[in-house]
Write a protein that binds this ligand. Structure first.
Ligand code: KIV
Ligand code: ZN
Length: 525
């Protein structure tokens, strides 16, 4: 018997695919969005905000497809406060077994000034749009954007209107990450006490991390009576990001003694989804990030290691296994066979089919030839990042040679195949990577601007694989490429070519899935 009631349950609303993905540079492909949505559903996320259907054809298609494939999660789409947005949102989410329309408008004085609406005119608009959404869908969420900077009286007034018009969830966004824990708790508590009908709906908290307080503010809101936390994997999101899902979920689990609320999340799946989101978004997780950072469970200093050996609880408040980190295991090597690799992949939480295993095994053998010991992190990079190549790619790297040293500029010769035609260029540059990128640009002239070039070592040692991320931007369209290789310059070339291939697809110049976003998130009002 458990004495848990609904009042003890906190709904987890994940917005990685909407608020997270709208972060400049974090755009994901259609297939990646579907994959992440599947992982969120599988780990027990109650509500997935799958996108902003009016923003582009790509967003619309992704939300529709996620809705069709959903198993347990409710699928939500975002819509501004107008009929066209709401209709489009409904067209996308209606395929879900459990759909939700989330409509919002900025209610603070600064936000009201953008559409230049009086308080009364905005109140009418809220009534009209929430009523319309409720006529389409029996589950409607309404948000007063920038709620934490909205005048108290007006906030109460518009929330009451939204509840009367049929919203069953009222979300209180701290859009600019301005609030603090005591205020966050107090605001929700007072709203629930004051607004007529508030006890009939669920209050949600949606915090941004500009002052580094998003997790604390979300938990404080729950203490104040909120029962839905809006969050993203790894805290992905614009500026300093959103509340990190893994942080609130683990805080509620580990400190259930003082925060007696539960979630439906299978925490053992946290690590895996964190890595996948980092890879597909091109936003790496900082090493010392709580819960999912590379060092979150590493105890390096002598005194800590000594304590850990005597009793793990000396320095560990949660077990690595609880978040899906496998215990230390033996590395693989060049004599390891396919069965050992399959076994390792299963331990690491990857489900791979026979064809995928065949492909990973070839790359594993290649890596094991170059590297004596292949660690868990190497295998994860092999599966998650890959080498950045696909045989259908428009641009392919054939070979490359780089000469560099102290005597002068570096020189790179890069041979590529572009739609079956071989081209080659030799360029000098300020270091091997610069020379290589110049040669690629000479082979394939383009106007893409390099927004990010990032290298990180997968493991320790001079033979470690490097994971390289490259983000390119052309005419407002962004694409990220990645590659992992023991040779940092080869990984860089492949990541750059990968990003170019994805940019071509996004711009609709080749392949399917062009996703030029018609509405900038900056236009939200
Ligand atoms: O931060 C915010 O205000 C939002 C709204 C659209 C809910 O993301
Ligand atoms: Zn937000």
């Amino acid at each position: 018997m458990t004495n848990t009631t609904d009042q003890d349950r906190v709904v987890i609303f994940d917005t990685t695919l909407r608020d997270g993905e709208q972060s400049p540079g974090a755009t994901m492909t259609h297939d990646e969005k579907l994959e992440i949505a599947g992982m969120l559903d599988d780990m027990g996320v109650d509500i997935i905000e799958a996108g902003f259907p009016i923003a582009s054809e790509g967003d619309f298609n992704a939300v529709s497809e996620i809705a069709k494939n959903s198993v347990n999660s409710r699928i939500c789409g975002l819509a501004r406060a107008n009929i066209t947005d709401i209709d489009r949102c409904w067209e996308a989410v209606k395929h879900a077994a459990k759909p939700r329309i989330h409509t919002f408008i900025g209610t603070s004085p600064l936000h009201r000034a953008i559409p230049n609406l009086t308080k009364d005119a905005m109140a009418d608009k809220i009534h009209e749009t929430v009523t319309h959404a409720r006529n389409l869908c029996d589950n409607v969420q309404w948000s007063p954007m920038d709620a934490t900077r909205t005048e108290w009286d007006y906030l109460c007034r518009v929330i009451e209107i939204a509840i009367k018009a049929g919203a069953s969830t009222i979300n209180i966004p701290d859009t600019v990450g301005y609030t603090a824990p005591m205020e966050s708790a107090e605001l929700i508590k007072k709203l629930i006490e004051t607004v007529p009908g508030a006890d009939e709906v669920i209050f949600a908290t949606h915090c941004h991390n500009d002052l580094g307080m998003a997790t604390a503010n979300s938990l404080a809101a729950v203490a104040g009576g909120a029962r839905q936390i809006e969050c993203t994997i790894n805290g992905l999101g614009e500026r300093a990001g959103n509340t990190a899902l893994e942080e609130v979920v683990m805080a509620l689990k580990v400190r259930n003694d003082i925060m007696p609320w539960s979630t439906g999340i299978d925490t053992k799946k946290l690590m895996n989804i964190s890595r996948r989101v980092a890879t597909v978004s091109g936003f790496p997780v900082q090493f010392n990030k709580a819960i999912v950072g590379k060092n979150a469970f590493a105890h390096e200093s002598g005194i800590h290691q000594d304590g850990m050996l005597k009793n793990k609880e000396t320095f560990e408040i949660m077990r690595p296994e609880d978040v899906g980190l496998a215990g230390t295991s033996l590395p693989l090597g060049k004599h390891s066979g396919r069965a050992a690799l399959r076994d390792k992949l299963e331990q690491l939480g990857f489900e791979v089919g026979d064809n995928q295993l065949k492909d990973i095994f070839v790359r594993f053998k290649d890596l094991a030839d170059r590297k004596k010991e292949v660690f868990d992190d190497d295998i994860i990079a092999l599966v998650r990042v890959g080498d950045g190549e696909d045989e259908d790619d428009h641009l392919q790297l054939v070979s490359m040679k780089v000469v560099c040293g102290t005597g002068g500029p570096a020189e790179a010769t890069v041979e590529m195949e572009i739609d079956g035609k071989e081209v080659s260029a030799t360029c000098e540059g300020d270091g091997p990577v610069d020379a290589t990128f110049r040669a690629i640009r000479e082979n394939f002239p383009n106007a893409a601007h390099l927004e990010l070039y990032q290298v990180s070592a997968v493991t320790e040692g001079t033979d470690a694989q490097a994971t390289v991320s490259v983000r390119l931007e052309e005419d407002g369209i962004i694409a990220t490429g990645q590659s992992a290789n023991t040779d940092t310059v080869v990984a860089s070339a492949k990541a750059y070519i990968h990003a170019l291939n994805r940019l071509l697809v996004r711009r609709g110049k080749v392949g399917e899935g062009a996703d030029a976003r018609e509405i900038s998130y900056k236009d939200l009002a």
